[in-house]
Design a protein around this ligand. Sequence first.
Ligand SMILES: Cc1ncc(COP(=O)(O)O)c(C=O)c1O
Length: 490
Amino acid sequence: MDPEEFRAAGYRAIDWIADYLGGVDRYPVLARVRPGATRAALSADPPEDGEPFDAVLRDLDETVVPGITHWNHPAFFAYFANTGSGPGILGELFAAAFNTNSMLWKTAPAATELEELVLDWLRKMLGLPAEFRGLVQDTASTASLVAAAAAREAVPGFDVRIRGLQGTPGAPRLRLYLSEQAHSSIEKAAVVLGLGLEGVRKIPVDGEFRMRPDLLARAIAEDREAGWLPFFVTATVGTTSTTSVDPVVPIADVCEREKLWLHVDAAYAGSAAILPEMRGILAGCDRADSLVVNPHKWLFTPVDFSAFFCRDLDVVRRAFSVVPEYLRTREEDEVRNHMDYGVALGRRFRALKFWMVVRHFGIRGIADRLREHIRLARLFADRVDGEPGFVREAPVPFSVVCFRARPDDLAERVSEPAVAAYLDGLNERLMHAVNDTGRAYLSHTKLGGRFVLRLAIGNLRTTEAHVRRAWELLRDHAARIDSETRPDRL
Ligand SMILES: Cc1ncc(COP(=O)(O)O)c(C=O)c1O
C-alpha cells in the first residue's frame, strides 16, 4: 500500500468509522449471529493474490458487522459499559502507524516516557500518592498478576525466582486473600503463579457486599496457625457484581500489622475518584502497595489500557527482569526499560490513546461525563425503587444498578423454594427477552444465590432517553412474561 493508496483507503476508512459512530444505534446492540456463522460466511482459505480494499470493506459490511456486539452502542448496559471515544480511536491509529515496540527505552523513547507521563497524570487526577509509579498493562488481570508476583518476590526468605516452587522443599505454602465478591482474575493469578486455588482464601462480605476486615484478620490468624504463609490481600474498590467498595482503611491496618502486600483492584470504579465529591472512594488506598484502574472501562479509552500503580517498582523488576545480551543498552542505568516490569517483552504504544483522550476532554470534561453516568444510574435506580414489581438488590455507589423483577404478590414468599426458582427463571427470561429486542443489552450476576440483572452505564452516547427506554422495555416484558409463565399454584 503506497502512501497515495493508503491515503485514499484511509479517508474511506475514517468516513466509514465516522458514519458508524454517528449511527451506531441503528444496529441491534447484541449480535444476532449464531455460533459459527461469521466464520462460515468468510473464505476458509487466505487469498492467493492480494485483494482490493473495496472487497475487504464489502466483507466487513456484510459479514463482520452483523457479528459485532456493539460496545459503542448507547444502549449497551452489560458488564461494565465503556466507550472507544474519537480521540482514543485516533490514538490507536497513530500507535499502529508508528508501530513502536517499547520493550526498551532505546527502542521507543517517546512511547516509554509518554507512558510514564500519562500515568503520572492519572495518578494526580485520582489523588494517589506521589510515590506511586505507573506502568500500562493490557488488562487488570495482567496488572493483578504482576502485583501478586511482586508480592511473592517481596516475601523474605522465599526465593522463588531462583529456586522455583519445586526447589524450596518444606517452604510454607503461600496464601492470598480477597473477598467473596472479588474478580476472578485474582484467582487466575494464583493459578498462574503456582499457588493453586487452595492458595486463595475468600473472605465473607457484609450485607452490602464489602469484605469483612474482622474476618480477614481471623482468617490470617487461622492460616498462620495451620502453617500457611499469608502474603497478599486484594481489596476491591468497585466489585464486578455490585460495585461495592471494600473498607480499605481497616484492611490496610490488617496488612500493615501482618506485613502483607495490599493490592487494590479499582479496575472499574477507581476512575470515579476524578470527581472531587467521590475522592473518598480511594480512602486508604494511599497505603496500598499496588493499585489497578482501567481507563478502558470508564475513561473512554479503547480496550486495552490498564493502569498499574506500584509503590516500589524495583520489586516488580526483581520479580520479572531477565536481560539477555542482545537487549542490553547504554542507557539502562538511567531509564526504565518496560520489558523488565511484566511478562511481555514487546509492548504497544498504548499511552498515545489515553494522552489523546485526556487532552481532548480535559479533567473537567471527563468529570462531567462520569457525573452524568452516575446521575443516570440513580435515575434508573429510582425507577426500580418506585415500581412495586421490581426490587433493587444492592446500593448504587457508581453507575451500575443491580435489580430484579419481583411481582408484588409474590414478595412475601420469596424464601419458598418454588417462588425463588420461579423468580430466577422470570429474571433470566426477562434478560433474554430484552436483549433479543436488540434495543438494549443487559447482563446478570448472582447475589445470595439469586439471579440478578445488572444495568451498567458507561457509554458516552447514553442519554436519559436510552435509560428510560431500557426501563420501559424491562417493565413491559416483565409483566408479559409473568402473565404468560407463572404457574397456577403460585
Ligand atoms: C473489579 C474488576 N477487576 C478486574 C477485572 C478484569 O479486567 P480486565 O478485563 O482488564 O482484565 C474486571 C473486569 O470486569 C473487574 O470488574
